[in-house]
Write a protein that binds this ligand. Structure first.
Ligand code: ATP
Ligand code: MG
Length: 495
């Protein structure tokens, strides 16, 4: 059947691929399975990435063989069967040439009550049926061991035009599995594609299904989207279509609670800003900053939320033709904290992002206030134990430098110059690296500890504070001398 399909669509489907680009383990699986009489293909993301001349990060394989047949071929070929990914799905993990591959039986899926998982999965006889259940045309292509492409839904055309389109009617496909809405956003960012208008038009109908998605799944997709090279594309779809304003759910103590996704971003769309500083409205500026920021989740989150406080009641002031948002950094930090807590992100992650949002105007403030004292600011930060080590503090300053530079680029003017912020960044990073946050980071020796006895804890704290205040150098000899003086003072007080 596969053979006749290939012949019928000979011109359309036969696209030889460059030799050697298909991974050799995947090749071995396809060749061996085919010899045993089972048509077998690489499929989905790896085919898409091959055609885009990208290196696929994994190789999914689909085959006409049923699990028992796969097992039998694997046994003869000497491959190790690692296990199944859900027996009913017929997806098996097979180790070949040292790499684990997912080998799945052709299958079809039908959807029911669940917002993501199919109600019924059945084995299918043809490759076409298997491709038909896939989300987007560019993800619904397969290739055999000869490099022949099987493309029933014009995925290759959409790939060339950089268009993301669903296989079949968008509203139906999104309603089957609402997570595809978020996958669509992610693929726009990952592939630098445009969403087909049919895809955008079909989204809204599936929104009621979003509330049945777990926070974990939504968070995973949005986090993945955020660290894509063209995240702005996906974020724009997420927010403008109203998807960000929907809620998913989280289960706590056996009960489900709604979790609003990111409704706080909606008000930024079209939010006016002062033209002399900003070429874009609040939302486009945010998107530009996200795309200009490095592909690190923490900085990308901070970029997404850095101006979320702008335009909020009590923040925005309009006087004549002047617009100001004084305090948006502080209000934004509070909003960021609420959002990330709701998203159940790790504590340390929340702390860093909130700090970045709160401090994102800091270099700007330094640059515009000659009396500002960065050193004093860092000393206070160390005393307040904002970070648990000087290394962590220096790392936060590095992130802050990246964010500040992205913020300047995101203003949209060609004249943007990040060199000032870059030098502030280098300066504060250096200061932080030499600023102890805990007594462990003092350069003391055992001799100093002995000297401080019986006041070791207080004495070390005293030394730390004086180093942080700039009254002592963090050097062995200096700390030892100071310890002698401290001990004498304490002894004198006690007599
Ligand atoms: P990536 O490069 O990010 O891994 P991918 O296309 O390989 O992208 P996966 O999530 O690994 O994406 O899924 C593999 C393939 O399985 C997809 O290409 C698609 O064909 C299919 N697929 C995955 N998730 C879905 C889904 N929710 N609905 C329909 N098809 C899906
Ligand atoms: Mg994949």
């Amino acid at each position: 059947m596969e053979q006749s399909m290939r012949e019928n669509k000979a011109d359309n489907l036969q696209k030889p691929c460059l030799p050697g680009v298909i991974d050799s383990g995947a090749m071995e699986i396809m060749r061996t399975m085919e010899k045993a009489g089972y048509p077998t293909y690489i499929v989905g993301g790896c085919v898409r990435d091959l055609l885009l001349s990208r290196i696929p990060h994994d190789w999914d394989i689909t085959t006409k063989a049923r699990p028992d047949d796969i097992r039998a071929v694997a046994g003869k070929a000497g491959w190790k069967v690692i296990g199944n990914v859900g027996e009913s799905f017929g997806v098996m993990l097979i180790k070949v040439q040292g790499t684990v591959y997912e080998v799945a039986t052709f299958r079809t899926e039908t959807y029911g009550k669940d917002s993501h998982r199919p109600a019924c999965v059945e084995h299918a006889d043809s490759l076409k049926e298997d491709l038909q259940r896939r989300d987007f045309t560019v993800n619904a292509m397969a290739m055999d061991c000869r490099g022949t492409l099987y493309d029933f839904f014009d995925g290759e055309r959409d790939l060339k035009n950089k268009i993301l389109k669903t296989v079949g009617k968008a509203a139906d496909r999104f309603s089957e599995d609402a997570l595809r809405l978020f996958r669509a956003c992610r693929f726009l960012g990952q592939l630098d594609f445009m969403a087909d208008s049919s895809l955008v038009d079909g989204m809204g109908q599936a929104f009621p299904r979003v509330r049945g998605l777990s926070l974990e799944r939504v968070r995973n997709e949005v986090n993945r989207l955020l660290i894509t090279p063209h995240a702005a594309r996906g974020l724009d779809l997420l927010v403008r279509t109203g998807l960000a304003a929907q809620s998913c759910q989280v289960k706590r103590n056996g009960e489900y609670f709604p979790v609003p996704i990111l409704p706080e971003l909606t008000h930024l769309v079209g939010l006016p800003q002062m033209k002399e500083y900003h070429r874009f409205d609040g939302w486009y500026h945010t998107l530009a900053v996200v795309d200009a920021a490095p592909l690190q989740l923490m900085i990308r989150w901070a970029a997404l939320l850095h101006d979320v406080g702008k335009g909020m009641p009590g923040v925005r002031r309009v006087e004549g033709n002047r617009i100001t948002d004084h305090g948006h950094d502080h209000v934004g930090a509070q909003m960021a904290e609420q959002i990330l807590r709701r998203w159940e992100m790790p504590e340390k992650f929340i702390h860093h992002v909130v700090w970045l949002v709160k401090e994102h105007m800091r270099f700007h403030y330094f640059a515009n206030n000659p009396e500002a004292n960065p050193e004093k600011w860092i000393r206070k930060m160390a005393r307040d134990k904002e970070f648990s080590s000087s290394h962590e503090m220096a790392e936060a300053f590095r992130e802050m430098t990246d964010l500040s530079e992205a913020d300047i680029i995101g203003c949209g003017y060609d004249t943007a110059d990040v060199s000032g912020h870059e030098s502030y960044g280098q300066y504060v990073i250096q200061l932080a690296e030499h600023m102890p946050v805990t007594t462990k980071e003092l350069n003391y020796t055992q001799k100093t500890v002995e000297t401080l006895k019986p006041y070791v804890a207080d004495g070390m704290k005293n030394l730390l504070l004086r180093v942080q205040n700039g009254n002592l150098k963090n050097q062995e000899g200096t700390l030892y001398d100071a310890a002698i003086r401290y001990r004498r003072r304490r002894d004198a007080q006690n007599h």
